[in-house]
Write a protein that binds this ligand. Structure first.
Ligand SMILES: NC(=O)c1ccc[n+]([C@@H]2O[C@H](COP(=O)([O-])OP(=O)(O)OC[C@H]3O[C@@H](n4cnc5c(N)ncnc54)[C@H](OP(=O)(O)O)[C@@H]3O)[C@@H](O)[C@H]2O)c1
Length: 250
């Protein structure tokens, strides 16, 4: 399908694996140039290779999204390489199951820094670049965990994902009048490395509880992100799109 993204420029954070990698490749398939941001160099470069194979221009910029200087440099290198910024998928995230009262301050800070503070940092530096052209579309990564439902032992992760929804709504309203659309996606359980936090038994239980009777694929989240970034979603901003095979409405 032609999403009108040919020639556009996109940043994908957390692009070294999972949903971020699938989305970087999906952007490349539309003809967009994609900048892959993450900490792991080899894995990030592998995403670049896959994106180029898919037909787009691609560049890896090693980035720790919790550091303002890294995020500022990421946007700067994107503008240097491709001259503009049209789309961004702020996807990097981490999560650990730890009982609330046993969680250390360091563990709380680690998750909130990557999952929430870094999304704000990305918006802070991406939005001015988009204002240069007066147009742009951003998608922030949330999760059904926190944004829609609660799960025990997952307090920091779910607090951050609920926070991403609030941040997305506020940013969407703030920049709606200046040509920038900002939305969130909330996947259910998707087959990626992050699922190593679940036992096999738990994964089977979750799979059985999904009305579509399976765990989702990273490419199925990527497709939704591409659509939200495209003009096909031109009247959608401040929205949280749930991608969970019907799990939260069963
Ligand atoms: N899979 C699911 O079931 C599911 C469901 C709902 C939401 N999500 C969300 O989807 C997002 C992607 O997760 P995934 O499932 O694709 O898992 P994943 O394969 O583990 O991807 C996580 C990505 O985040 C990056 N990352 C982590 N810390 C970072 C940092 N400080 N700076 C830059 N990048 C960082 C990792 O890259 P480096 O390690 O190379 O830095 C990696 O590319 C996360 O936000 C997650 O919460 C996943």
């Amino acid at each position: 399908m032609n999403f009108g993204l040919n020639g556009k420029v996109a940043i994908v954070t957390g692009g070294s694996s999972g949903i971020g990698r699938a989305t970087a490749v999906a952007f490349a398939q539309t003809g967009a140039s994609v900048v892959v941001a993450a900490r792991r160099v080899q894995e990030g470069e592998e995403t670049v290779r896959l994106a180029k194979d898919a037909g787009g221009e691609a560049l890896f910029v090693q980035t720790d999204v919790t550091k303002a200087a890294d995020v500022e440099a990421l946007v700067g290198k994107t503008l240097e390489a491709f001259g503009r910024l049209d789309c961004a998928f702020n996807n990097a995230g981490i999560g650990k199951f730890i009982p609330l009262t046993e969680r250390s301050e360091e563990e709380w800070d680690a998750e909130t820094n990557v999952n929430l503070k870094a999304v704000w940092l990305c918006l802070k530096y991406q939005i001015p670049a988009m204002l240069e052209t007066g147009t742009g579309a951003i998608v922030n990564m949330a999760s059904i965990g926190g944004a829609v439902i609660g799960t025990s032992n997952f307090s920091a992760y779910e607090a951050t994902k609920a926070g991403v929804i609030g941040l997305t709504r506020s940013a969407a309203i703030e920049y709606a009048g200046q040509g920038i659309r900002i939305n969130a996606v909330s996947p259910g359980v998707i087959a990626t490395e992050i699922l190593s936090i679940f036992s096999e038994d738990r994964l089977q239980q979750v799979s059985n509880a999904v009305p579509l009777k399976r765990i989702g694929e990273a490419a199925e989240v990527a497709n939704a992100v591409i659509w939200l970034c495209s003009d096909a979603a031109s009247y959608i901003t401040g929205h949280n799109l749930v991608i969970d095979g019907g799990f939260t409405v069963r």
